[in-house]
Design a protein around this ligand. Structure first.
Ligand SMILES: *Cc1c(COP(=O)(O)O)cnc(C)c1O
Length: 227
């Protein structure tokens, strides 16, 4: 067990006290006991990026935890998290959104989603480009899909030392959110959330209007993925 976890949680709660942003504690690869330390320190929103791990932790930890699916989500696995997930951050295709809707319908609930936007220079990161989002919304997708709600956008900046580059990417995502908000009105389109910022770049993200920082290693320590 890592006793610094509670202090780290308290540090972030203090940091965000007068800000509109909240902390998503990214607990992937970490054991339940570490999550419980964070929970006891008052943290309720946890982020995971693997479906099986998310389900296992959901089943064994307190039921008032809000579970955030932050990673790339495969369509055939949506069904496992659909009954309980609080927010899916990584909606990166229309097909995935349709599957989430289908599973929302089966579970008789509306599932909260963020559209992931590709803002980084790396090709490897997932997400829509700006144009694809407009095309999808113009086509009236939300009239058709009644079991999803789009709550905002998510992005991952380039992994670079250049603060200028990262700032530019975060600013671009914020601008896109503001533009979409002006442009589209729908009951199930409430573009309030901007999920951006991780351990290495959360300060810059907060400067640019992040409402959800997803912080893992700064809170729980480095991850060991094993072999
Ligand atoms: C792992 C992960 C994070 C947290 O990364 P840290 O650098 O450990 O803070 C944030 N967002 C996503 C999508 C992740 O996969």
């Amino acid at each position: 067990m890592n006793p610094e976890i509670a202090d780290n949680i308290r540090y972030f709660h203090q940091l965000l006290k007068n800000s509109p942003a909240q902390l998503i504690a990214v607990s992937k690869t970490k054991p339940n006991e570490d999550l419980l330390v964070a929970y006891e320190a008052g943290q309720r929103a946890f982020g995971e990026n693997k479906v099986q791990e998310l389900v296992d932790k959901y089943e064994s930890l307190p039921k008032d935890i809000e579970w955030h699916m932050i990673g790339h989500l495969q369509r055939n696995k949506v069904k496992y998290i659909a009954p309980f997930v609080h927010l899916i951050h990584g909606i990166d295709s229309e097909k995935l959104l349709r599957e989430v809707n289908k599973q929302g319908e089966k579970n008789d609930r509306v599932i909260n989603c963020l559209l992931q936007v590709h803002i980084a220079q790396e090709e490897s990161k997932f997400g829509f480009d700006e144009e694809e989002i407009s095309v999808m919304l113009d086509a009236g997708i939300l009239d058709e899909l009644q079991h999803v709600k789009i709550c905002g956008l998510m992005g991952m900046a380039t992994n670079t030392e250049s603060e200028m580059q990262v700032s530019k990417e975060f600013a671009g995502l914020k601008t896109l959110l503001d533009q979409l908000r002006l442009h589209y009105q729908h009951d199930r389109l409430q573009l309030d959330e901007l999920s951006m910022g991780m351990s290495g770049d959360y300060s810059l993200a907060l400067d640019h209007g992040s409402t959800m920082i997803r912080v893992g290693s700064t809170i729980f320590g480095g991850r060991n993925y094993g072999v």
